[in-house]
Ligand binder design. Structure first.
Ligand SMILES: [Zn+2]
Ligand SMILES: [Zn+2]
Length: 266
């Protein structure tokens, strides 16, 4: 059965990803309004009735903005860790009927037939996680909002067939940009965001034929452009002598509009 992935929105203004098969789907993060989620999915002929739950990576507003409506109007259960659940409840006024189920770290659980593992990443929230999702032998890893790739996250990132990896900022744009010093320092820190150069260096070190799709994600509006993110990746590959095998697809996920549906087959 095909495993389908689509980014509905990716960036510091809002993050939401869809993953599904012919029968069911799940959302990863809910950082855009619930009405937009429904509208985007309906355009792709995906009914909200087929969505079985929402996985949440952390409490920041660009990941949970639409959670109130999605849990209230569509009664979608939420899956996240105990710590992230507590943080969300502090910031979001969810309906008493909202279901937030606690998940373990680095241990498989199942939602709608998908095997899922959450892994910790380093970011400036009380807890932030990435997700590694498999169906059969097809594997998708989502790792955004991480200051660096720590040893907890690296194995999951390396194991993906389809990888959604943060490529948040261009070093020069950030350093020379308008942000105050403290914010620049925060973004570049080990608990901030992953820059183009860091994502590219990791991919150049670890790319294998198993990796069929690289999706550069969570781009900054002010400190990056899709062109810069791609140029940095291709330049790093070229410097390391890496030649793509012709079947590997690299894309940049849009900040405001859904991307193409990617089908993992076989
Ligand atoms: Zn974010
Ligand atoms: Zn964040």
């Amino acid at each position: 059965m095909d495993l389908n992935f689509c980014s509905l929105s990716s960036g510091s203004s809002g993050n939401c990803y869809y993953l599904g098969n012919d029968f069911h789907g799940i959302l990863i993060d809910a950082g855009i309004p619930g009405t937009s989620v429904r509208k985007f999915l309906e355009r792709m002929n995906i009914s909200m009735k087929t969505i079985m739950g929402i996985l949440i990576t952390h409490e920041h507003i660009d990941h949970i903005r639409g959670l109130e409506l999605l849990t209230r109007k569509f009664s979608l259960p939420v899956f996240t860790t105990h710590k992230i659940r507590s943080s969300i409840l502090q910031f979001q006024n969810l309906a008493p009927s909202a279901t937030i189920l606690e998940i373990p770290l680095k241990k498989k659980f199942n939602v709608a037939g998908f095997d899922i593992e959450a892994f910790p990443v380093c970011h400036d929230a009380p807890e932030t996680i990435g997700f590694h999702i498999s169906a059969g032998h097809r594997k998708i890893t989502i790792a955004t909002d991480l200051g660096h790739i720590c040893e907890n996250a690296a194995p999951y990132i390396k194991a993906a067939n389809l990888l959604v990896i943060e490529s948040n900022y261009d070093e020069q744009m950030l350093v020379n940009g308008q942000y105050p010093y403290f914010l620049k320092k925060r973004i570049r820190s080990d608990y901030g965001h992953l820059g183009n150069h860091q994502a590219s260096a990791f991919l150049a070190e670890n790319i294998s034929d198993n990796l069929s799709h690289i999706c550069l994600a969570h781009l900054s509006k002010n400190n990056n452009t899709p062109k810069k993110a791609l140029e940095t990746l291709y330049k790093t590959f070229s410097e390391k002598g890496i030649v793509l095998n012709g079947k590997q697809l690299i894309s940049v996920l849009d900040r405001d509009i859904p991307g193409c549906m990617i089908k993992l087959t076989g």
